[in-house]
Ligand binder design. Structure first.
Ligand SMILES: Cc1cc2nc3c(=O)[nH]c(=O)nc-3n(C[C@H](O)[C@H](O)[C@H](O)COP(=O)(O)O)c2cc1C
Length: 355
C-alpha cells in the first residue's frame, strides 16, 4: 500500500494538492497522551511556505481539523484523523503540463502508472504538499517521544556546496529551529540564502542535505536483517518527495577509513557502557546502541523550474519545450527540515512502541 507506513503505529496519508483537502489517519497511538496543539501549529509553520528564502508563493495555511482520536487534550488510542483543507490553488498553472510533462517530476511516471486517471493538478498525490499531514503526524510523535526523554532535531547540512557546521555525533545539538534558515552557523546560512535567492532570480533551483539527530533513544531496540533500524528509518525518509539519498553516521565516508579509525570503542562510564565515538550513527547490527541516532538526507533540486526545458508533447507526440509558470520553491531543503524531523520521529516511535 503506497501511502501507508508503520508496524505498531500506522500512518495513512491521503489527498491531492488541488483537491478538497489532504490529511492523515494515525492508528496505534498510545491512549491518554497529552498533545499540545499550539506546539503542533508551531512545528507545522516551519514547513509552510513563505517563511524561508526562495519558498513558493503559494500560501498554504495548513489549517488543521482534528476529526477523531483526540479528546480532552489527549489521544484516545483510537485512530486520530487530521484534515487540512486546500486553499490558494491555481490549477490553471497546470493545464498545459498535462500535455507537456515536467522533467524531473512524477508527471510521466504517474501517467505510466495510473493511465491518466490520477489528478495531475499541482502534482496531485505526488505533491510536496502531502508532507503537511506527514509533518502533523510527526509533531504528535515528537511530543510522545519528548515525554520519554527523546529529542529529534535537524538542520540544513548543506545547500549546493555551501556547508553548515556538522552536528557533533556524540552531543545533543543546538536547537536552531526558530531561525528562518535552520543552520548552526549564521554566516553559512547567509551564504545559503544568497545562493537560493540567486537561483530563484535565474528561474532555477538547487538541492541540499538535511542532517538529523535523535538523542535519548535507548539501547537495544530494533532487530537485525531486513526490518532493521536503518531500513525502517530510511523507508519512511524515502517517502518524502525529492529525497534521493540517506546515510547513517559517517555514511558513504566510512569507505575511506581504516577499521582502527572507524570502530566506536566502548568504555565504562558512570551510567553504564558508553561509546567513545559515534561513527555508526547510533545503530549497530540494526539495533540502537544508546548513542545519538544520526543520519543525513540528500534532496534533489526542485524539479519545477521557470527556465525553458526540453520535454515531449503528448498531444502531438513530438519533442517540445516547457516553461513552468506555477509557484515553486527554488530550494525545498529549508521547508524539508521539520518534515525530516517528523518522519524520523514517526519511525522512532514505531520502533520504541514495538519493542
Ligand atoms: C516540502 C517539499 C516541497 C516541495 N515543493 C515542490 C515544488 O514546489 N515544486 C516541485 O516541482 N517539486 C516540489 N517538491 C518535490 C516533488 O514533490 C518531488 O520531486 C516529486 O513528487 C517527484 O518525486 P521524487 O523527487 O521523490 O522522485 C517538494 C518536496 C518537498 C519535500
Amino acid at each position: 500500500m503506497s501511502s501507508m507506513w508503520g508496524n505498531k503505529i500506522r500512518i495513512s496519508l491521503f489527498g491531492e494538492s488541488h483537491g478538497k483537502g489532504i490529511g492523515v489517519v494515525i492508528d496505534g497511538l498510545p491512549p491518554g497522551e497529552p498533545i499540545d496543539t499550539e506546539r503542533i501549529a508551531q512545528h507545522m509553520k516551519r514547513r509552510s511556505p513563505g517563511f524561508q528564502p526562495g519558498a513558493t508563493a503559494r500560501r498554504e495555511g495548513d489549517e488543521i481539523s482534528v476529526i477523531s482520536g483526540f479528546y480532552n487534550g489527549k489521544t484516545t488510542g483510537t485512530p486520530l484523523c487530521a484534515m487540512i483543507g486546500n486553499s490558494d490553488t491555481r490549477s490553471v498553472d497546470y493545464d498545459k503540463l498535462v500535455a507537456k510533462p515536467r522533467p524531473g517530476h512524477a508527471d510521466l511516471t504517474g501517467l505510466a502508472r495510473y493511465a491518466g486517471a490520477n489528478d495531475p493538478r499541482g502534482g496531485g498525490h505526488f505533491s510536496g504538499r502531502l508532507t503537511a499531514p506527514l509533518t502533523f503526524a510527526g509533531a504528535v510523535a515528537i511530543q510522545i517521544l519528548n515525554r520519554r526523554g527523546i529529542t529529534v532535531r535537524a538542520h540544513i547540512a548543506s545547500i549546493g556546496t555551501i556547508e553548515d557546521t556538522p552536528y557533533d555525533p556524540t552531543q545533543t545539538p543546538e536547537d536552531c529551529s526558530e531561525r528562518s534558515l535552520p543552520v548552526l552557523s549564521e554566516d553559512r546560512g547567509l551564504k545559503m540564502r544568497q545562493l537560493i535567492e540567486t537561483l530563484r532570480d535565474e528561474h532555477d533551483s538547487i538541492g541540499g542535505v538535511v542532517e538529523c539527530m535523535a538523542t535519548g533513544f535507548p539501547a537495544g531496540l530494533g532487530r537485525p536483517i531486513f526490518d532493521n533500524m536503518e531500513s525502517r528509518i530510511a523507508s519512511i525518509l524515502f517517502g518524502v518527495p525529492a529525497v534521493k539519498g540517506v546515510e547513517f553516521g559517517r555514511g558513504f565516508k566510512v569507505s575511506q577509513f581504516k577499521g582502527s579509525q572507524n570502530n566506536d570503542s566502548p568504555y565504562m562510564a558512570e551510567e553504564g557502557i558508553r561509546l567513545r565515538t559515534n561513527h555508526a550513527g547510533g545503530i549497530e547490527g540494526g539495533i540502537s546502541n544508546g548513542m545519538p541516532i544520526l543520519f543525513r538526507c540528500a534532496f534533489k533540486p526542485t524539479p519545477s523550474i521557470g527556465k525553458p526545458q526540453k520535454t515531449v508533447n503528448l498531444e502531438t507526440m513530438t519533442d517540445d519545450t516547457v516553461e513552468i509558470t506555477g509557484r515553486h520553491d527554488s530550494c525545498i531543503v529549508p521547508r524539508a527540515v521539520p518534515v525530516i524531523e517528523s518522519a524520523a520521529a514517526i519511525a522512532l516511535l514505531d520502533i520504541l512502541l514495538e519493542d
